[in-house]
Design a binder for this molecule. Structure first.
Ligand code: GLY
Length: 391
Protein backbone atom coordinates (compact mmCIF):
# COMPACT_ATOMS: atom_id res chain seq x y z
CA UNK A 1 0.00 0.00 0.00
CA UNK A 2 1.47 3.33 -1.00
CA UNK A 3 1.97 6.19 1.41
CA UNK A 4 -0.71 8.15 -0.40
CA UNK A 5 -3.30 5.37 -0.11
CA UNK A 6 -2.55 4.68 3.58
CA UNK A 7 -2.44 8.26 4.79
CA UNK A 8 -4.79 10.12 2.51
CA UNK A 9 -7.18 8.03 0.45
CA UNK A 10 -8.18 5.45 3.09
CA UNK A 11 -8.90 7.98 5.86
CA UNK A 12 -10.82 10.11 3.36
CA UNK A 13 -12.90 7.10 2.28
CA UNK A 14 -13.55 6.21 5.93
CA UNK A 15 -14.73 9.75 6.70
CA UNK A 16 -16.98 9.76 3.67
CA UNK A 17 -18.47 6.46 4.73
CA UNK A 18 -19.12 7.69 8.27
CA UNK A 19 -20.71 10.79 6.77
CA UNK A 20 -23.08 8.62 4.74
CA UNK A 21 -24.38 6.73 7.76
CA UNK A 22 -24.53 9.69 10.16
CA UNK A 23 -28.07 10.39 11.34
CA UNK A 24 -29.59 13.44 9.69
CA UNK A 25 -29.96 16.31 12.14
CA UNK A 26 -33.52 17.35 12.95
CA UNK A 27 -32.69 20.82 11.58
CA UNK A 28 -31.74 19.44 8.23
CA UNK A 29 -34.71 17.04 8.22
CA UNK A 30 -37.01 20.00 8.89
CA UNK A 31 -35.41 22.06 6.09
CA UNK A 32 -35.82 19.12 3.74
CA UNK A 33 -39.52 18.69 4.53
CA UNK A 34 -40.35 22.40 4.23
CA UNK A 35 -38.41 22.61 0.96
CA UNK A 36 -40.61 19.79 -0.30
CA UNK A 37 -43.75 21.49 1.06
CA UNK A 38 -42.93 24.62 -0.97
CA UNK A 39 -43.25 22.61 -4.18
CA UNK A 40 -45.93 20.10 -3.18
CA UNK A 41 -48.60 22.34 -1.63
CA UNK A 42 -48.79 24.72 -4.64
CA UNK A 43 -49.26 21.63 -6.84
CA UNK A 44 -52.22 20.60 -4.73
CA UNK A 45 -53.67 24.10 -4.77
CA UNK A 46 -53.28 24.37 -8.58
CA UNK A 47 -55.69 21.47 -9.10
CA UNK A 48 -58.51 23.07 -7.12
CA UNK A 49 -61.38 25.34 -8.13
CA UNK A 50 -62.25 28.52 -6.20
CA UNK A 51 -64.70 26.68 -3.99
CA UNK A 52 -63.25 23.27 -3.22
CA UNK A 53 -60.66 21.71 -0.97
CA UNK A 54 -58.47 18.60 -1.33
CA UNK A 55 -59.66 15.43 0.33
CA UNK A 56 -57.44 12.55 -0.77
CA UNK A 57 -56.43 10.42 -3.77
CA UNK A 58 -58.52 7.62 -5.26
CA UNK A 59 -57.12 4.16 -6.00
CA UNK A 60 -55.83 5.35 -9.39
CA UNK A 61 -54.01 8.26 -7.81
CA UNK A 62 -56.52 10.92 -8.94
CA UNK A 63 -57.23 13.86 -6.69
CA UNK A 64 -60.49 13.67 -4.74
CA UNK A 65 -61.87 17.06 -3.67
CA UNK A 66 -64.69 18.23 -1.41
CA UNK A 67 -66.79 21.33 -0.84
CA UNK A 68 -65.57 23.73 1.87
CA UNK A 69 -68.22 22.32 4.23
CA UNK A 70 -66.04 19.19 4.50
CA UNK A 71 -64.43 19.05 7.96
CA UNK A 72 -60.93 19.19 6.46
CA UNK A 73 -61.20 22.51 4.58
CA UNK A 74 -58.87 24.31 7.03
CA UNK A 75 -55.90 21.97 6.65
CA UNK A 76 -54.44 23.00 3.27
CA UNK A 77 -54.54 26.71 4.18
CA UNK A 78 -53.06 25.82 7.56
CA UNK A 79 -50.22 23.80 5.98
CA UNK A 80 -49.50 26.76 3.71
CA UNK A 81 -49.37 29.16 6.68
CA UNK A 82 -46.94 26.84 8.46
CA UNK A 83 -44.79 26.62 5.34
CA UNK A 84 -44.81 30.40 5.01
CA UNK A 85 -43.84 30.78 8.67
CA UNK A 86 -40.87 28.46 8.27
CA UNK A 87 -39.63 29.65 4.87
CA UNK A 88 -40.75 33.30 4.66
CA UNK A 89 -41.72 32.56 1.03
CA UNK A 90 -44.14 35.35 0.00
CA UNK A 91 -45.67 33.29 -2.83
CA UNK A 92 -46.65 30.67 -0.27
CA UNK A 93 -48.12 33.42 1.91
CA UNK A 94 -50.30 34.62 -1.01
CA UNK A 95 -51.46 31.07 -1.62
CA UNK A 96 -52.18 30.60 2.10
CA UNK A 97 -54.36 33.74 2.04
CA UNK A 98 -56.12 32.59 -1.15
CA UNK A 99 -56.88 29.13 0.27
CA UNK A 100 -58.02 30.65 3.59
CA UNK A 101 -60.41 33.07 1.86
CA UNK A 102 -62.24 30.11 0.33
CA UNK A 103 -63.75 29.71 3.79
CA UNK A 104 -65.14 33.27 3.94
CA UNK A 105 -68.70 32.05 3.39
CA UNK A 106 -68.43 28.98 5.63
CA UNK A 107 -70.89 30.20 8.27
CA UNK A 108 -73.56 31.28 5.79
CA UNK A 109 -73.20 28.76 2.99
CA UNK A 110 -72.90 25.52 4.93
CA UNK A 111 -74.67 24.00 7.92
CA UNK A 112 -71.84 24.01 10.44
CA UNK A 113 -71.21 21.31 12.99
CA UNK A 114 -68.51 20.97 15.66
CA UNK A 115 -65.77 20.84 13.00
CA UNK A 116 -65.93 24.63 12.72
CA UNK A 117 -63.03 24.45 15.14
CA UNK A 118 -60.82 22.51 12.74
CA UNK A 119 -61.97 24.53 9.75
CA UNK A 120 -61.55 28.04 11.14
CA UNK A 121 -58.76 27.65 13.66
CA UNK A 122 -56.39 25.89 11.23
CA UNK A 123 -57.02 28.40 8.41
CA UNK A 124 -58.00 31.85 9.75
CA UNK A 125 -56.61 31.13 13.21
CA UNK A 126 -53.16 30.43 11.81
CA UNK A 127 -53.49 33.38 9.43
CA UNK A 128 -54.07 35.67 12.41
CA UNK A 129 -51.23 34.12 14.40
CA UNK A 130 -48.76 34.21 11.49
CA UNK A 131 -49.54 37.75 10.30
CA UNK A 132 -51.00 39.51 13.34
CA UNK A 133 -53.51 41.16 10.96
CA UNK A 134 -56.77 41.97 12.76
CA UNK A 135 -58.80 41.26 9.60
CA UNK A 136 -58.32 37.54 10.21
CA UNK A 137 -60.04 37.66 13.63
CA UNK A 138 -63.70 38.37 12.82
CA UNK A 139 -64.59 35.03 11.22
CA UNK A 140 -63.07 32.77 13.92
CA UNK A 141 -64.71 34.98 16.57
CA UNK A 142 -68.08 34.55 14.87
CA UNK A 143 -67.33 30.82 14.46
CA UNK A 144 -66.62 30.50 18.20
CA UNK A 145 -70.07 31.93 18.97
CA UNK A 146 -71.74 29.48 16.56
CA UNK A 147 -69.77 26.57 18.04
CA UNK A 148 -70.61 27.58 21.64
CA UNK A 149 -74.34 27.52 20.77
CA UNK A 150 -74.01 23.73 20.40
CA UNK A 151 -73.51 23.40 24.17
CA UNK A 152 -76.06 21.57 26.32
CA UNK A 153 -75.84 22.84 29.93
CA UNK A 154 -77.65 19.68 31.10
CA UNK A 155 -75.18 17.30 29.46
CA UNK A 156 -72.18 19.63 29.94
CA UNK A 157 -70.90 19.03 26.40
CA UNK A 158 -71.05 20.44 22.87
CA UNK A 159 -72.86 18.40 20.27
CA UNK A 160 -70.59 16.93 17.56
CA UNK A 161 -72.50 15.76 14.51
CA UNK A 162 -75.86 17.21 13.42
CA UNK A 163 -77.37 13.89 12.31
CA UNK A 164 -78.76 11.29 14.71
CA UNK A 165 -77.80 8.12 12.83
CA UNK A 166 -81.32 7.25 11.76
CA UNK A 167 -82.80 7.96 15.19
CA UNK A 168 -80.15 6.02 17.14
CA UNK A 169 -78.52 9.02 18.87
CA UNK A 170 -79.91 12.05 20.68
CA UNK A 171 -76.79 14.12 21.38
CA UNK A 172 -73.66 12.48 19.91
CA UNK A 173 -70.24 13.63 21.10
CA UNK A 174 -67.04 12.24 19.62
CA UNK A 175 -63.58 12.42 21.17
CA UNK A 176 -62.44 14.42 18.10
CA UNK A 177 -64.51 17.30 19.50
CA UNK A 178 -61.70 18.02 21.97
CA UNK A 179 -59.80 19.54 19.04
CA UNK A 180 -62.53 22.04 18.25
CA UNK A 181 -62.23 23.57 21.73
CA UNK A 182 -59.14 25.43 20.55
CA UNK A 183 -61.35 27.81 18.56
CA UNK A 184 -63.32 28.62 21.73
CA UNK A 185 -60.14 29.07 23.77
CA UNK A 186 -58.35 31.30 21.27
CA UNK A 187 -61.20 33.28 19.74
CA UNK A 188 -64.10 33.01 22.19
CA UNK A 189 -65.10 35.24 25.11
CA UNK A 190 -65.10 34.13 28.77
CA UNK A 191 -68.37 32.19 28.30
CA UNK A 192 -66.86 30.28 25.38
CA UNK A 193 -63.76 29.42 27.39
CA UNK A 194 -65.92 28.22 30.28
CA UNK A 195 -67.93 26.03 27.90
CA UNK A 196 -64.70 24.55 26.52
CA UNK A 197 -63.51 23.65 30.02
CA UNK A 198 -66.89 22.14 30.92
CA UNK A 199 -66.86 20.05 27.73
CA UNK A 200 -63.34 18.83 28.49
CA UNK A 201 -64.25 17.89 32.09
CA UNK A 202 -67.43 16.03 31.11
CA UNK A 203 -65.38 14.20 28.46
CA UNK A 204 -62.84 13.11 31.11
CA UNK A 205 -65.70 11.55 33.08
CA UNK A 206 -67.51 9.80 30.26
CA UNK A 207 -65.19 9.14 27.34
CA UNK A 208 -62.25 7.49 29.09
CA UNK A 209 -61.64 3.95 30.27
CA UNK A 210 -59.63 3.23 33.43
CA UNK A 211 -56.54 2.43 31.28
CA UNK A 212 -56.50 5.97 29.77
CA UNK A 213 -57.77 5.01 26.29
CA UNK A 214 -61.02 6.50 25.02
CA UNK A 215 -64.31 5.58 23.41
CA UNK A 216 -64.97 7.23 20.09
CA UNK A 217 -68.59 8.32 20.62
CA UNK A 218 -70.70 8.97 23.71
CA UNK A 219 -74.39 9.69 23.22
CA UNK A 220 -76.12 11.88 25.82
CA UNK A 221 -79.67 12.64 26.78
CA UNK A 222 -79.70 16.41 26.26
CA UNK A 223 -82.51 16.93 28.80
CA UNK A 224 -81.06 14.96 31.73
CA UNK A 225 -77.40 14.71 30.76
CA UNK A 226 -77.51 10.90 31.22
CA UNK A 227 -75.14 8.84 29.08
CA UNK A 228 -77.23 6.77 26.64
CA UNK A 229 -74.42 4.75 25.07
CA UNK A 230 -70.72 4.47 24.22
CA UNK A 231 -69.49 3.09 20.92
CA UNK A 232 -67.12 3.42 18.00
CA UNK A 233 -67.81 4.68 14.50
CA UNK A 234 -64.36 4.80 12.93
CA UNK A 235 -62.53 2.29 15.11
CA UNK A 236 -62.38 -1.50 15.08
CA UNK A 237 -64.93 -2.12 17.85
CA UNK A 238 -66.75 -0.27 20.61
CA UNK A 239 -64.14 -1.30 23.17
CA UNK A 240 -61.04 -0.89 21.03
CA UNK A 241 -58.63 2.06 21.02
CA UNK A 242 -58.98 3.75 17.61
CA UNK A 243 -55.60 5.38 17.06
CA UNK A 244 -56.65 8.75 15.67
CA UNK A 245 -59.38 9.22 18.27
CA UNK A 246 -56.84 8.60 21.02
CA UNK A 247 -54.41 10.98 19.33
CA UNK A 248 -57.13 13.68 19.23
CA UNK A 249 -57.63 13.20 22.97
CA UNK A 250 -53.91 13.49 23.70
CA UNK A 251 -53.64 16.65 21.63
CA UNK A 252 -56.90 18.08 22.96
CA UNK A 253 -56.00 17.88 26.66
CA UNK A 254 -52.44 19.10 26.04
CA UNK A 255 -53.87 22.11 24.19
CA UNK A 256 -56.47 22.73 26.91
CA UNK A 257 -53.76 22.79 29.57
CA UNK A 258 -51.60 25.10 27.50
CA UNK A 259 -54.47 27.55 27.00
CA UNK A 260 -56.13 27.32 30.43
CA UNK A 261 -53.37 26.41 32.89
CA UNK A 262 -55.87 24.08 34.64
CA UNK A 263 -54.07 21.18 36.35
CA UNK A 264 -56.78 18.59 35.58
CA UNK A 265 -56.23 19.14 31.85
CA UNK A 266 -52.52 18.35 32.22
CA UNK A 267 -53.25 15.28 34.37
CA UNK A 268 -55.52 13.92 31.65
CA UNK A 269 -52.95 14.54 28.89
CA UNK A 270 -50.32 12.73 30.98
CA UNK A 271 -52.68 9.81 31.61
CA UNK A 272 -53.32 9.45 27.86
CA UNK A 273 -49.60 9.71 27.01
CA UNK A 274 -48.75 7.02 29.56
CA UNK A 275 -51.43 4.78 28.04
CA UNK A 276 -50.37 5.26 24.41
CA UNK A 277 -46.56 5.40 24.48
CA UNK A 278 -46.04 1.75 25.46
CA UNK A 279 -48.46 0.65 22.72
CA UNK A 280 -46.51 2.19 19.83
CA UNK A 281 -44.41 0.08 17.48
CA UNK A 282 -40.68 0.77 17.32
CA UNK A 283 -40.90 3.31 14.48
CA UNK A 284 -43.54 5.29 16.39
CA UNK A 285 -46.38 5.20 13.83
CA UNK A 286 -49.51 3.69 15.38
CA UNK A 287 -51.49 0.93 13.80
CA UNK A 288 -54.84 2.42 12.72
CA UNK A 289 -56.43 0.80 15.81
CA UNK A 290 -54.27 -0.15 18.78
CA UNK A 291 -56.35 -3.32 19.27
CA UNK A 292 -56.44 -4.70 15.73
CA UNK A 293 -55.73 -8.47 16.05
CA UNK A 294 -53.94 -8.28 12.67
CA UNK A 295 -51.04 -6.39 14.32
CA UNK A 296 -48.18 -6.48 13.22
CA UNK A 297 -49.75 -6.83 9.75
CA UNK A 298 -52.44 -4.21 10.36
CA UNK A 299 -52.32 -0.86 8.54
CA UNK A 300 -50.50 2.08 10.07
CA UNK A 301 -52.13 5.52 10.24
CA UNK A 302 -49.72 8.34 9.39
CA UNK A 303 -52.31 10.92 10.49
CA UNK A 304 -52.47 9.49 14.03
CA UNK A 305 -48.64 9.46 14.09
CA UNK A 306 -48.43 13.11 13.03
CA UNK A 307 -51.10 14.29 15.50
CA UNK A 308 -49.41 12.37 18.30
CA UNK A 309 -45.99 13.80 17.40
CA UNK A 310 -47.29 17.36 17.57
CA UNK A 311 -49.04 16.74 20.89
CA UNK A 312 -46.05 14.92 22.40
CA UNK A 313 -43.59 17.69 21.58
CA UNK A 314 -45.88 20.20 23.29
CA UNK A 315 -46.61 17.93 26.27
CA UNK A 316 -42.86 17.39 26.75
CA UNK A 317 -42.47 21.12 27.34
CA UNK A 318 -45.47 21.35 29.71
CA UNK A 319 -45.30 18.31 31.98
CA UNK A 320 -43.42 18.46 35.27
CA UNK A 321 -42.65 14.73 35.04
CA UNK A 322 -39.14 14.75 33.57
CA UNK A 323 -39.13 11.07 32.72
CA UNK A 324 -42.39 11.43 30.82
CA UNK A 325 -41.10 14.59 29.11
CA UNK A 326 -38.04 12.72 27.84
CA UNK A 327 -40.18 9.83 26.60
CA UNK A 328 -42.57 12.23 24.83
CA UNK A 329 -39.81 14.09 23.01
CA UNK A 330 -37.91 10.93 22.10
CA UNK A 331 -41.05 9.30 20.73
CA UNK A 332 -42.02 12.41 18.77
CA UNK A 333 -38.56 12.51 17.21
CA UNK A 334 -38.86 8.84 16.20
CA UNK A 335 -42.28 9.52 14.67
CA UNK A 336 -41.00 12.54 12.74
CA UNK A 337 -37.99 10.64 11.43
CA UNK A 338 -40.22 7.80 10.26
CA UNK A 339 -42.68 10.17 8.59
CA UNK A 340 -39.80 12.01 6.88
CA UNK A 341 -38.44 8.74 5.44
CA UNK A 342 -39.22 7.50 1.91
CA UNK A 343 -41.60 4.92 3.39
CA UNK A 344 -44.02 7.77 4.20
CA UNK A 345 -42.84 11.02 2.56
CA UNK A 346 -43.65 11.84 -1.06
CA UNK A 347 -40.89 12.41 -3.58
CA UNK A 348 -41.11 15.83 -5.30
CA UNK A 349 -44.07 15.86 -7.71
CA UNK A 350 -45.53 12.65 -6.29
CA UNK A 351 -48.99 12.22 -4.68
CA UNK A 352 -50.47 15.19 -6.60
CA UNK A 353 -48.98 17.53 -3.99
CA UNK A 354 -49.81 15.76 -0.73
CA UNK A 355 -46.85 15.14 1.58
CA UNK A 356 -47.52 11.88 3.38
CA UNK A 357 -48.64 8.41 2.33
CA UNK A 358 -50.46 5.84 4.48
CA UNK A 359 -53.27 7.68 6.24
CA UNK A 360 -56.41 5.85 7.28
CA UNK A 361 -59.62 7.90 7.22
CA UNK A 362 -62.61 5.65 7.93
CA UNK A 363 -61.62 2.00 7.74
CA UNK A 364 -64.94 0.40 8.79
CA UNK A 365 -66.66 2.32 5.97
CA UNK A 366 -63.86 1.39 3.54
CA UNK A 367 -63.32 5.10 2.90
CA UNK A 368 -59.86 6.72 2.55
CA UNK A 369 -57.85 3.68 3.56
CA UNK A 370 -54.06 3.83 3.15
CA UNK A 371 -54.08 7.18 1.34
CA UNK A 372 -52.74 10.73 1.73
CA UNK A 373 -54.83 12.96 4.02
CA UNK A 374 -54.63 16.73 4.45
CA UNK A 375 -54.67 16.47 8.24
CA UNK A 376 -51.70 14.07 8.28
CA UNK A 377 -49.70 16.71 6.35
CA UNK A 378 -50.90 19.59 8.53
CA UNK A 379 -49.99 18.03 11.88
CA UNK A 380 -46.69 16.73 10.48
CA UNK A 381 -45.63 20.28 9.56
CA UNK A 382 -46.93 21.61 12.86
CA UNK A 383 -45.00 18.96 14.81
CA UNK A 384 -41.79 19.93 12.98
CA UNK A 385 -42.33 23.60 13.80
CA UNK A 386 -42.96 22.72 17.41
CA UNK A 387 -39.98 20.40 17.60
CA UNK A 388 -37.79 23.29 16.42
CA UNK A 389 -39.53 25.73 18.78
CA UNK A 390 -40.90 27.75 15.88
CA UNK A 391 -44.55 27.48 16.91
N1 GLY B 1 -62.81 13.99 12.85
C1 GLY B 1 -62.82 12.95 11.92
C2 GLY B 1 -61.65 12.03 11.92
O1 GLY B 1 -60.75 12.07 12.71
O2 GLY B 1 -61.67 11.21 11.04
Amino acid sequence: MSFLTRHLLLPAALLLCLGCTRTESMNSLTDRVFTLAQTQLPLLSESLSDTNTPRSLDKDGNLVTADIGWWCSGFLPGSLWYTYEYTGNEKIRDLAAKESHKLDSLLVRTKPDHDLGFQLNCSYGNAFRATGEAAWRALPEAGARVLAARFSPQAGVLRSWNHNNGGQWRFPVIIDNMMNLELLMRFGDEDCREIALKHARTTVRNHFRPDGTSYHLVDYDPETGAVRGKQTVQGLSDDSAWARGNAWGLYGYTMMYELSGEADMLAQAELIARALLPRLPEDGIPYWDFDDPEIPDALRDASAGAIMASALVRLASLTGDRKLARACRRTAETQLRTLASPAYLAAPGELRGFLLKHGVGHKPAGSEVDVPLTYADYYFLEALLRYNERR
